[in-house]
Design a binder for this molecule. Structure first.
Ligand code: ZN
Length: 212
């Protein structure tokens, strides 16, 4: 999979991840929509913890996310890792977070992609910031794909969907690619707290306008 990908990148000319223009992996037009900055969201759901992101969601951001997640394109992975690392640096500076917990994909999704995508990019961001990563969470039951669900259906869909292993020492920072309603982060935080683990914050590469 990885070898095929590298071969493809050798054989085919580089195209912009945002608009497919020939040339570099992200053109100057699209770069305006993928320019890391710090965005702090106070989560509206309780219990509260701050969410740090660095890219506002846009059609360009959506295509970069898809290229990384569904197609495993390494230049897209790199853009996501950079965005995550940027937000994580602020988060580590401003909160008591000491270790990373990545949000797991559903098992069938991870199988299809051939990897636990968030864990991979979270590990890279963790290395840049010297933050240990612990994959504590797993899905305990089937959940629907969230993309078409509204805020309320998302939280019903996810309620009780995750379970955490036990872990002692430190405060967790949750890591995901995108935050929309916050339902996933809150389910993850619930599962960790059920094991007595403190959640200091969450970090996501992208942030979307919350759905109603
Ligand atoms: Zn472009």
């Amino acid at each position: 999979m990885k070898i095929l990908q590298s071969l493809q990148e050798l054989i085919f000319p580089v195209r912009c991840l945002g608009c497919s223009a020939l040339g570099i992996e992200i053109c100057s037009q699209c770069r305006r929509f993928w320019h890391p900055r710090i965005i702090r969201t106070a989560s509206r759901l309780s219990p509260h913890f701050p969410i740090y992101s660095s890219i506002p969601y846009s059609p360009v951001a959506g295509r970069v996310l898809l290229a990384a997640k569904e197609n495993g394109i390494s230049s897209a992975d790199k853009l996501l890792t950079d965005a995550l690392t940027f937000a994580l640096t602020y988060c580590l500076d401003e909160t008591l977070a000491t270790f990373i917990v990545p949000i797991p994909s559903r098992k069938e999704v991870a199988r299809m992609r051939g990897r636990q995508f968030i864990a991979v990019i979270a590990t890279d961001a963790g290395e840049f910031t010297s933050t240990p990563i612990h994959e504590l969470l797993t899905h305990v039951r089937k959940v629907k794909d969230q993309s078409t669900l509204n805020a309320k259906s998302r939280s019903i869909n996810l309620d009780g969907a995750l379970i955490s292993r036990r872990f002692v020492g430190g405060n967790a920072v949750l890591i995901d690619d995108l935050v929309t309603t916050g339902a996933t982060l809150h389910e993850a935080a619930r599962a960790l707290r059920a094991r007595g683990i403190t959640v200091a914050a969450a970090v996501t590469a992208c942030v979307a306008e919350p759905l109603r």
